[in-house]
Design a protein around this ligand. Sequence first.
Ligand code: ADP
Ligand code: MG
Length: 332
Amino acid sequence: MTGHVGASAVTPATVDGQNAPAIRTRGLTKSYGERRGVFDLDLEVRQGEIFGFLGPNGAGKTVTIRLLLDLIRPQRGRAEVFGLDSRRDAVAIHRGVGYLPGELALEPRLTGRQILTYLGNLRGGVEWSFVEQLAGRLELNLEQRFGEYSRGNKQKVGLVQAFMHRPRLLVLDEPTSGLDPLHQETVTELVREARDEAGSTVFFSSHILSEVQSLCERVGFIREGRLAQLGPVDELPGMNSYTVEAELGGTLPPETISSIEGVSNVKVDGSSVSCTVRGDMAPLIQALAPYEPHRLVSREPSLSELFLHLYGVTGREEEDGATGEPTPAVGE
Ligand SMILES: Nc1ncnc2c1ncn2[C@@H]1O[C@H](COP(=O)(O)OP(=O)(O)O)[C@@H](O)[C@H]1O
Ligand SMILES: [Mg+2]
């Protein structure tokens, strides 16, 4: 019963939803089996923010997005977009949303230009010069047929169609997947510009911590269909942690570094040592220096390592949790 909401029923004010959150879900549930799907999701995304929706593969990011946009129906709960009901007002919501699906299936025989022209005409109000500009910045050749595009170029077509009408809300399902680092950076620039210049709200799903860390004000972590954490990026536990690996000239007694504040997960294997550091790295480096490190690598934890951190689950006996600070899991 979405047909009764014609364009005339939706004034900009109702789409604005005045002070309504850009996205709000309450008890949103779609089960595909135990831990598969989305369960009791309570989420709020503020107007004008870039919200990172993080989770490992299979966590429920795409299911959430499809529920928001009424592409699938929940078993329980509801979702609102700018105060409009995702099911009843789906047509109105779609007018104001730019959506990049996780997988894009478009007519393979049409060129990028033909597809974008068609989609632009359907939407109306799209400036072709902006389409050209987006394609140019992503270095997308519009004259190629969709079926002949590489995965990355298909993704770029999806991105252009999501941004081209300067939507009030961008819903981007893993927007940088399949792109090389240069174009990944272009995507984050486009997201920032959409927010800063058009005041758009951005819902940015990802399984890569680093891109969300620098781009988003707040993030939600989803795991096995449940929201595990929600909050400002810098306040999330484990966010400023690094995994450090070193090759030493000598053998290091583990207690040399496991007693340092912020150091945990110490593993020593002959001349190799690895650990997790939170906060200041100087004490660790000073402690390692006498052991003549000839290789030192520091990297951010992967999402699954971070989840281990968040849940205080080590899964390994040798890890005695030097910091010993169990992290509360919100919403579990
Ligand atoms: N149509 C479907 N039928 C059965 N299982 C599904 C369906 N869609 C999603 N799932 C399952 O729901 C879980 C979450 O999927 P999804 O939201 O696609 O994860 P991701 O976070 O990687 O986007 C996965 O276990 C997936 O297998
Ligand atoms: Mg997905």
